[in-house]
Ligand binder design. Structure first.
Ligand SMILES: C[S@@+](CC[C@H](N)C(=O)[O-])C[C@H]1O[C@@H](n2cnc3c(N)ncnc32)[C@H](O)[C@@H]1O
Length: 235
């Protein structure tokens, strides 16, 4: 990865930078700097506070509720693929999100996107502290400094599970264009029968994705959606 000059403390790459895929840009030189929502969120750290803590217990609860109400075992669905790959969107100051996703679903790899550079670096430093106990962790968690409306670093149908919390809702500023492109990227990336777990999205994401997804669970706190398989003959 490349850390741009004003973010790097030393010319020698820090070991934690192994967790980062691609560049970390200075705040004022990010490719998405003209997105007004970015400027607002950058100026108001309260908009990216971690409000979705206790991720592992929330994931286990969602798995249990889907099993009870829809008779679908999300763990089996996701892990029937190997490698099983996850994607965490907008983790903010909560580096626990990609980590708990990796561990709870025993995934092979999790890609994690966040557009505020300081959170990418904080997360990389946190994961570096866990590296001694899991030397392969740098290949299993890949951090991307990027906007969720451009996930072009990832291949179509390459993701089996997406997790997002408290980002696609009316409190967090997001332009219509960013929202629409993000929804297209989610649809593009999820493999057929892949799942999306969304906490705190207040219905907006669910409505937008309804034509591509089967709803396994929907309540005000958490939704679990499963991508419809591609009809036979149209692949
Ligand atoms: C309220 S915080 C939620 C953080 C974490 N998911 C949680 O629940 O604790 C919303 C996060 O989404 C990020 N975000 C918003 N729009 C984004 C975008 N277009 N691309 C990447 N991250 C974005 C913000 O920077 C912020 O960190």
């Amino acid at each position: 990865m490349r850390v741009s000059k004003d973010m790097a403390d030393s010319p020698i790459p820090e070991p934690w930078s192994d967790f980062i895929e691609g560049s970390v840009y200075p705040d004022n030189a990010v490719p998405w700097r003209h997105d007004a929502a970015y400027t607002t969120i950058l100026e108001h750290p309260g908009l990216r506070d971690s409000i979705g803590s206790h991720v592992a217990s929330a994931l286990r609860q969602a798995i249990g509720l889907v099993q009870a109400m829809a008779q679908v075992n999300v763990l089996d669905v996701v892990c029937s693929h190997r490698p099983a790959v996850g994607l965490s969107l907008g983790f903010g100051s909560n580096a626990q999100e990609p980590y708990d996703l990796l561990k709870t679903f025993e995934l092979d790899c999790v890609h994690a996107y966040e557009w505020i550079g300081e959170h990418i670096i904080e997360a990389a430093k946190a994961f570096e502290m866990l590296r001694a106990g899991d030397p392969r962790l740098t290949t299993r968690i890949r951090l991307h400094h990027g906007t969720v409306s451009d996930l072009s670093a990832l291949n179509t149908s390459s993701i089996h599970l997406i997790y997002t919390a408290n980002m696609f809702n009316r409190e967090i500023p997001m332009s219509e264009d960013t929202f629409e492109r993000s929804m297209q990227e989610i649809v593009r990336l999820l493999a057929p029968r892949g799942c999306l777990i969304s906490r705190g999205s207040a219905g907006v994401l669910e409505q937008s994705l309804a034509r591509y997804f089967h709803v396994l669970l929907e309540n005000p706190l958490v939704s679990v959606l499963q991508k419809e398989p591609v009809p036979a003959g149209s692949e």
